[in-house]
Structures are given as structure tokens and as C-alpha cells.
Design a protein around this ligand. Structure first.
Ligand code: 13P
Ligand code: SF4
Length: 308
């Protein structure tokens, strides 16, 4: 069976839209109706008139699409496609944490479960975190969760004293500073660009720090230069597709014996076959209990409003 042809046929027949994150395997990015970062994908999910949203990303992303579209069917190619960062913030513990600091505004990075969003005042992504934090009056204390690395970076950029949750992403914490310095010594003309989920010592080496779409825009605007890219390696597909002559090297991870880069095994659980099957079988579907959905919707809507 020609999977690509069959996916396109099913998509037409069922009025489905395929949204894919930049960390998806190349074949999925190539067949998607829209490829984007977390914010762009939430915005697309909010405005789609498709009946079925096939979310080629991880669970929290598909869940966000469902929170925004309760009457639409949202399917995820592999239900086990989770996120270490989302897992690092269990709802019961986070509720205790927020209750211990009732005067704080709670800003949560979108990489968290619906239950955590339901405990939040405003959601943010890596492309709008600074703007969202700055939208809170200066004298109001802020809890920022779950990513401590992004939190540190935003605190430094805004000069705000954020109360951080101790969560992180295994993919971005896998970068090795020693190997990065070594690689840069061998390639001194390459500029380092990094995602803010990376640790501070990695970010300190970077010419540019930003979300996945921010990094792509930066390479597009400086296409004649060379880059070492410190984020999940899937992003290189989009960069090379648009800028085939730009020299790019993925940043090295501590344990880099296999791919010499850092890959998100959750993102890579989705395959073209699974994408086909979930569209054909309309399963696995994402469901969010209505009471949680209603509470989680408000902070997401605040983010979308502040991002216009
Ligand atoms: P972006 O919002 O930059 O797409 O990041 C999503 C993500 O999961 C990073 O690990
Ligand atoms: Fe989660 Fe990290 Fe994978 Fe992004 S790269 S989905 S934060 S585990």
C-alpha cells in the first residue's frame, strides 16, 4: 500500500487536518498540512474547521488541541508519545506547591498535562514565555513551571524573580558542554543556536536562543552563515529543506554513540504507519474530563490572546 497516497485519501474523505511538530520524523513533516512549533500548532488547532485533528506530536500537544476543540475528534498516532518534562510535574504535588504560595500568579509552560494547566493562570510556550511573564505586574510574584531551564532563562531576560518548579527535558539536558566546545573548536565559523530548554552553560555559548520556530527564522535570516543547532535533531529537516546550502551540525549529546545528536524518543514514536492507522481507525483518541478541560481552557485562551 502507498501509505502517503492512502493518508491523503483518508484525510480528504474524513475532512481531517494533520498538524505536525518540527521534531517529527521527516516523512510525517512532509505529509502534514501544517508543521510548526507548540504555539503555532495550538493556534492552528484553535482555528481549524476540520472534523478530525491528527496531532503528530506528543500527548500534551494533542491534549491542548482537544481542550480547544471539545467537539472535534483528536487522534495521536501513538498514545505513549509522552514528554519527560510533562511527567516531571505530577498534579497532586503541583497543587500542594501552588497552595503553599497563594499570592503567586501561576504561569505554566505548555509542556504539561491538562491537570497542571487547570491549576494555572496563564499558559506559555518557549516563543512567548518572556512576553507572558512581562504581562504580569512587576510587584506580583510568579510561579513558573515545569521547566527550570526555560524558567532560569526567562528570569534572566526579564529580571523577574521567578519561583521555579524543578522539572526538565531529558532531550535538552542531554547536550554535552565539553563535546559542544570541542565541536566548536573544530568548526569555529559555526554559530551556536539553542532552545531555551537547554541548560544555562549551553545557552551561554549561543548566539541565538529561541523556540523551534525562532531558531528556524534565525537560520533563514542568516542563511549564508553556518550553525551548530542545540535542540532536537528533527528540526534540521525543515531547516535543510528551506536552506539546503546552509551548513548545519546538530549539537552533540553526552551519550552520542548512535545519532551524534539528541533525539526525543517520544516524538519519534509516531511513524507514518501509525499516522495512517490512527486516521483509518479513528483511534487512539484524546479525551479530557470536562471539568478539567473547562479549567485548563482559560489559561490557554489567555496565552492565545496575549500572543496576538
Ligand atoms: P517549541 O515550543 O519551541 O516548539 O518546543 C516544544 C518542545 O517540546 C521543545 O522540547
Ligand atoms: Fe518533551 Fe523534551 Fe520531547 Fe519536547 S523534546 S516533547 S520537552 S521530552
Amino acid at each position: 500500500m502507498d501509505l502517503v497516497k492512502e493518508i491523503k485519501r483518508l484525510k480528504e474523505e474524513k475532512n481531517a487536518v494533520i498538524l505536525a511538530h518540527y521534531y517529527q520524523v521527516a516523512e510525517i513533516q512532509d505529509i502534514a498540512d501544517y508543521v510548526g512549533d507548540s504555539l503555532q500548532l495550538s493556534q492552528k488547532a484553535a482555528e481549524t474547521d476540520a472534523d478530525i485533528i491528527v496531532f503528530a506530536g506528543v500527548h500534551f500537544m494533542a491534549e491542548t488541541a482537544k481542550i480547544l476543540n471539545p467537539s472535534k475528534m483528536v487522534v495521536l498516532p501513538d498514545l505513549k508519545a509522552g514528554c519527560s518534562l510533562a511527567d516531571s510535574c505530577p498534579p497532586a504535588d503541583f497543587e500542594k506547591f501552588t497552595k503553599a504560595h497563594p499570592d503567586h500568579v501561576v504561569i505554566t509552560y505548555v509542556n504539561c498535562s491538562a491537570e497542571i494547566k487547570a491549576l494555572s493562570d496563564i499558559v506559555c510556550t518557549s516563543s512567548n514565555a518572556i512576553k507572558i511573564v512581562e504581562s504580569v505586574p512587576k510587584d506580583t510574584p510568579i510561579i513558573f513551571a515545569p521547566d527550570k531551564n526555560l524558567g532560569h532563562y526567562v528570569a534572566k531576560q526579564t529580571g523577574r524573580d521567578l519561583l521555579l518548579w524543578d522539572g526538565s527535558c531529558i532531550v535538552h539536558e542531554a547536550f554535552s558542554i565539553d563535546k559542544l566546545i570541542e565541536l566548536h573548536k573544530k568548526n569555529p565559523d559555526h554559530k551556536i543556536i539553542a532552545h531555551p530548554e537547554s541548560e544555562e552553560h549551553i545557552l551561554n555559548t549561543a548566539t541565538y536562543v529561541g523556540s523551534t520556530s525562532g531558531m528556524i527564522n534565525f537560520v533563514r535570516e542568516h542563511a549564508k552563515e553556518k550553525f551548530i543547532v542545540a535542540t532536537e535533531a528533527g528540526i534540521l529537516h525543515k531547516m535543510q529543506l528551506e536552506m539546503p546550502n546552509t551548513e548545519l551540525i546538530p549539537a552533540p549529546a553526552v551519550d552520542d554513540n548512535t545519532c551524534a545528536c539528541s533525539e526525543c524518543h517520544f516524538m519519534k514514536m509516531n511513524t507514518l504507519q501509525k499516522l495512517h492507522d490512527c486516521l483509518l481507525n479513528e483511534s487512539p483518541q484524546i479525551e479530557v474530563p470536562e471539568d478539567i478541560r473547562v479549567r485548563a481552557l482559560l489559561p490557554i485562551e489567555r496565552m492565545l490572546e496575549l500572543s496576538k
